[in-house]
Design a protein around this ligand. Structure first.
Ligand SMILES: [Fe+2]
Ligand SMILES: [Fe+2]
Length: 170
């Protein structure tokens, strides 16, 4: 069993965001597998570099989507992203200065952040987009009904002008 299992409640868009999250999940598992075989120290620098690059790219991408969608808590969300990047840079510094527990720390930091941030923070984007889509659907339906009511009114007025409904001979 993997150290970190992808779960259905982590789905955000059934698309590229999920794919990017999965890349990070795979990295945590790759690191954990290596650590459990006593190879953590050998692979940690490469995995940390890939984690930093993939995360930075993913967070920028996610923020662009949030801005495009008009996500209301974007600034707050960006702060959470920045904090996470800082914790990765912090681990990188520790590794460069000879830290020997970085592999275990990186596993934990990545796993906890992915699990919590996707399920809470990123999930908000999904809820927001779904709510907005429902509202747009409702507005469209309302406009349609209004259009029909107006058209029916105009037909009624037209019928009145043409004398429809009058009794013959009157
Ligand atoms: Fe996020
Ligand atoms: Fe994300």
């Amino acid at each position: 069993m993997a150290y970190f299992e992808w779960a259905d409640d982590m789905v955000i868009d059934n698309g590229v965001i999920d794919q990017e999250h999965r890349v990070l999940v795979d990295l945590v598992n790759e690191l954990h597998t290596a650590t459990s075989r006593g190879m953590g120290q050998t692979v940690v620098a490469s995995i940390l570099r890939r984690a930093i690059d993939s995360t930075r790219e993913h967070l920028t991408h996610e923020e662009d989507i949030m801005a495009r969608e008009g996500f209301p808590d974007l600034e707050e969300h960006k702060l959470r992203h920045q904090e996470f990047m800082n914790s990765l840079y912090d681990l990188e510094r520790r590794l460069q200065t000879g830290g020997i527990t970085v592999a275990a720390q990186l596993s934990r930091v990545l796993r906890d952040w992915l699990s919590l941030h996707i399920r809470r923070g990123d999930k908000e984007l999904r809820r927001f987009v779904q709510r907005r889509e429902r509202e747009q659907e409702r507005a469209k339906l309302q406009a349609k009904i209004q259009g029909r009511t107006q058209a029916a009114g105009q037909i009624g007025m037209q019928a009145g002008k043409n004398g429809a409904g009058r009794l013959p001979g009157k």
